[in-house]
Every structure is written in structure tokens, then in C-alpha cells.
Design a binder for this molecule. Sequence first.
Ligand code: HEC
Length: 448
Amino acid sequence: MIINFLGHLHPVFVHLPIGFLALAYVIQYLFKSNTEKSRLIDFVLVAGILSSLLAAFFGWMLSLSGGYEENLLDWHRYTAIAVCVVSIALLAYKKYKKEEYRTPYYHAGFHLMMLTLLLAGHFGGEMTHGEGYLFSEATDTETGVVVEKQKITTLTAASTVSVYDGIVEPVLAQKCMQCHNQKKKKGDFQLHTLEALMKGGKNGKAIVAGDLDHSEFIRRILLDKGDEKHMPPKGKSQLTQPEIDLLSWWVLHGVSTSQSVKAVSANDTIRKFLSDARKQSAGPAALDSIAPADAASIAALKKINVAVVPLATGTHFLELNMVNAPSFGDKEAPLLQKIAPQVMWLVLADTKITDAGFESLKSCANTTRLNLKNTAITNASIALIGQFKKLEYLNIVGTNIDDAGLLGLTPSATLKKIFCWQSGITTNGVMAFQKKYPNIEIDFGEKK
Ligand code: HEC
């Protein structure tokens, strides 16, 4: 709770260091030098440093609540730390040099501070507004996710492509390569090429052909989902059972690179995998099966600071996130009506939405994730939530929904998980619900 609150201060405070440090820069380079100016710069730099430390602290709190694209978060975090370090070093240098501070080092430091400031601001903006989505192109070509997906869906039992090229690599590209690739080496492990995959990571070889128990690569996948060492890490897109079986089969059968799909297509594991892949690609929510969203609605939403982000490159499905639009409420909700079919992830957490406004969101028929955390939503909206027929994740943490509401929910057949701590719901309600729907996981958190 307190972490949440502190995190929310980040967007408020983050503009102060930008203002102060940029002001120091302007004073340094636009005004004639004299002792007054030097003292003014000291003062503004101190203000900039203090506020950047505060903003960094709140930012750290905010990052704990999760939900940000990791790549961008890393960039933002490191450039923001650089701002703090460089500005402190600059002031220290200036004080140390006293009157003779205007050396080339001083100027280089000043420019560097501006540069890190611009970068940190830029990455922060990208992360929350998602406007340019600067790196989505890069990561997609880097890991080939889009291409790889097509590769799998065109596979048939008669394909002569090898199991490695046709199945193993595309699966790894989709589920592992965003963290283990030529640029990112989490755990000092890469798997964008077969050589890298065989070489392993900081704990040594990842694969022992024919031996699942001694293959770290398989061991990590098979670990319990809650285990810290489980791969892919918690919260990331997980491997499906047919994918796990397929990877295990491949390691057990000698890590072949030449065996064709056709040669082994009679095998149960391979057959299941192929039929599952076909099912997934034919699913109603195949990512390319929707028309572009109404541009005017998107513009209107962006104007009130709603982050409108495509779920992947090349798709018209959207994530809508109100993290920067806390005043979003019932009056603004109708803005979503025209783009409702495209809204796949809907994050209304911490907004002013109430049951009245929620009514106008009922046409979001393709929404798979709905986050209503810390809103005034009550049991009155439960029937409506039940109408989100494709819902997979529902977050009603901190709402007024209680046991009667939870038990009144007719969940969609696709619903996997409900997050509901700090609401009116009690352990009794959770237990009764679980009895009715044992396959839906309930995250009740810890009572804080
Ligand atoms: C969101 C990022 C992320 C994704 C996605 C991811 N990993 Fe990892 N992986 C990590 C991190 C971080 C570590 C290092 C920490 C640790 O050892 O748990 C790691 C470590 C590993 C290691 C241990 C390497 C060693 O020698 O210590 C293996 C093996 C591994 N990952 C396999 C996989 C596989 C297979 C997938 C896909 C099914 C995958 N990872 C997906 C982040 C990720």
C-alpha cells in the first residue's frame, strides 16, 4: 500500500529535476559569468540534485509494482541513475575547483548531464506513453518473433524442414529470446543460435543430449511456476504443455538439427504440438484478425494521457493504460466505445471510474486482461464483468466488491486468474468460489 502510494509520486516529482537541471544549463550558457551567476548555478544544481534523488526513489518504488516493459525500464533506470551521479559529480567538481571551475571537464560534465537527462526523460516517456515504442521494431527483428510465429503456423506433418529450425527455434524465439539473445544475456545465457544454446550460461552447460535431469535448460522449464529459477520467469508468457513436451523430446532424442518434421511426425509429442499450434493460430483472437482502431478515438485518448499501445508490431489490438491519466472517469469512459473491439488489455487501475462509467465498456468483447485495481467499482458491475467473454485475467484488488459479488460472478470460460486482495472479499468467499471454479486461480495476496 505505502509502496503503491510512494510510486504514484514519481510522475509528480519527475518533472522537478528536469526543470532544475535544464535551468542550470540555460543559466550556465546564456548568461554572463560573475559570482552571482555562479551562486545561482550552485543553488539550482542543488535543487536539481535533491529532486532527482527523490524522483529516483519514487521511481524505484513504482518499478516494484511491476507491469513495465523490462527493456525500457532498464534503460530508463540506468540513464536516470546516471543523471544523479553526473549532476552530483559536476557540483562536487565545481566546489572543489572553486574559482577556476570553468575547465573543459566542467563543460563536458555539464553537457553530459543534459544528455543523460534527455535520455532518461525520453525512455521514461516511451515507457508510459508508448508513443514511438522506439524499441519494438528492434526487439522484434532481433528475436524474429513475428517471423517465427508465421514459421510455426505454416508447418504441417509433411514439412521437410528440421525439427530444430521449424519448431524448437521458433518456440525459443517467442518465449525466451527477449532475455537471452545476442545483446541481452540474462544468466550469461544466450539461445539465439544452437551453439550458444549448447554452450550454456554462468552455471555451465545447459544441455546434455539425452539426459533431461542434467540439462539445466529443461530443468528450469520444468521447475514449479512459483520457483524463482523457473523459466520463463513469473509474469512472462509461459510455455504451453505441448511446447514443454516438444523441447523435452528434442533434448531426450539427441538434440538433432537434421531430423525433419516429416520423419518424426508420427510421434505423439510432435503430432500434439502441431495440432495445438494450428489451433492457436486459428483462434478467434489471432492477432492480425482485426481492423485498425478508430484514429480519432485514439487521438482523443492520448490527449488525456491515456497510453494507447499496440500489443505487438503489426497488430491492431491495443493495450490501454490509464497510469498517467488518474483523473480518467465516467465522463471519459465513452471515448473507448468506438475502439472497444480492439482493446485487448485494459488497465483502469487507480482511476475514477465507477459502476456508471463501466457500463459503457461492455462492448470490449475481445478484452483478455481487465485491471480495476483501486477503483470504486462495486458488486453492481459483476454481471458486466461476466460479459467479458474472453477475459483471462481480472484484477479487482482494492475495490468494493465483496463475497456476494465474487460468488455472483459468472466467469468467462477463459478466465485463469483473479487478483482480489484488499477488497471486500474474505477467505470464506474465496474458498466458496474455488469450490465452484477449481480451475480459476485466486491471488488473495497477504493481508497487509
Ligand atoms: C524475462 C526474462 C527472461 C525470459 C523470458 C527467460 N529467461 Fe532465462 N533467465 C533470465 C534471468 C534473469 C536469468 C538469470 C537468473 C537466474 O539464474 O535465474 C536466467 C537464467 C536462465 C538459465 C540459467 C543459465 C545459467 O547457466 O545460469 C537458463 C537455462 C534459462 N534462463 C533458460 C530460459 C529458457 C529456456 C527460457 C524460455 C523458455 C527463458 N530462460 C526465458 C531471464 C529470462
